[in-house]
Design a protein around this ligand. Sequence first.
Ligand code: GTR
Length: 420
Amino acid sequence: MNRKVICIFMLAASLRGVPVMGQIEVNYDESKVPEYVLPDVLTCADGTVVSSVREWERHRRPEVMALLSHLEYGVTPKGMKKVHVKHKVLQENKQALDGLATMQQVQFTFTGQGKTVEALLLVFIPNARQGRVPVFIGYNFRGNHSVLDDESILYSPYFQQLENREDPVLQRGNQSSRWAVRDIVSRGYALATMCYQDIFPDHAEGGPQSVTALCAPEGESSTAWQALGAWAWGSSRIADWVIRQRWANKHQLAIMGHSRQGKAALWAGAQDKRFAVVISNDSGCGGAALSKRAFGERVGRITSSFPHWFCPNFSLYAGREQELPFDQHELLALIAPRYLYVASAQEDQWADPRGEYLAAYYASPVYALYGFSGLPSPDMPAIHHPIMNHIGYHIRAGVHDVTDYDWACYLDFCDKAFGR
Ligand code: GTR
């Protein structure tokens, strides 16, 4: 074990057995945000201040990766490299969306340790294309059938198990408002989406049915990966397939995730440099929002409501955010020098829009090292005034959701990133 990892273990161990403060009220009052000090993203554990890309990539970036994987999201086991993935195109419709797109449905079969997990990828490829196209990769919450009202879309494996066929979650297109499929395809982008439940069923007992069961546990159980780590891993497996398609531009992959999937998209983007654009939509606590602001959802609440998302160590910081040796701006900084977009919604105070903005702002010094501009000021822009530098940000009116407005901004940002 290297020195860096030993220090992290000592940090976490010093908190074990310390009683956690009782359930704290949720704060939505800016004047009650505690005084907090953010770790400087460019200062190494030994106090050295990073002043070059080389030092960032050689020393500080691996340090931040180690902190986040050992104390928040869990370590992705090396044994996952041995998981076998088989792909089979089950269906193709060249005239989907009134001829706008070719729709493919691809079965993914993951095998390891004698167990199998199945998932279904739903893909829309623009028919009016010249050459290879950029691709959005993103998980849906309610199954592929929820993305578009189309009878030919197969139910995702997680939903195939539902016994009550009248269940409203099986209604086609029930979340189509979150997927601007026509806009995406009309602007020349492909979309590849899968149901996140296929990769790790989203409940406390989901582990044994998830991809995490396909390889033996490694390392300390306190740092074991769970759902967020697994969802991030799954996005990379989608990318593996996408980049081999003759219609896809492997240099133009954008990952987009909403809410819990925004958290997973950021963690995927931190680990997998093939994602040239990383988009967090309303990701909140454990995503883009700074934990130390203790505004809206907090570490104690998220780790008790969703004990299967983070590694066990993260719960040690319940009510003790000020003792975290990192904050979420450092997760965002791991995306540099690639394009990053953070989006918030005005009424989504649970996700702390200001904390999401500030994390992106405090990630900016790493972009500056590469000669790129992140966010220029700690003051948030007005509603519906997106900023589109190497880091993008907008806050829109309305609630926790994904809307056509969000997608219009993501498409504009990707056009800029990809020089379209
Ligand atoms: C909430 C959770 C948030 C966010 C959200 C979602 O219940 O507290 O952190 O992830 O779910 O994913 O929609």
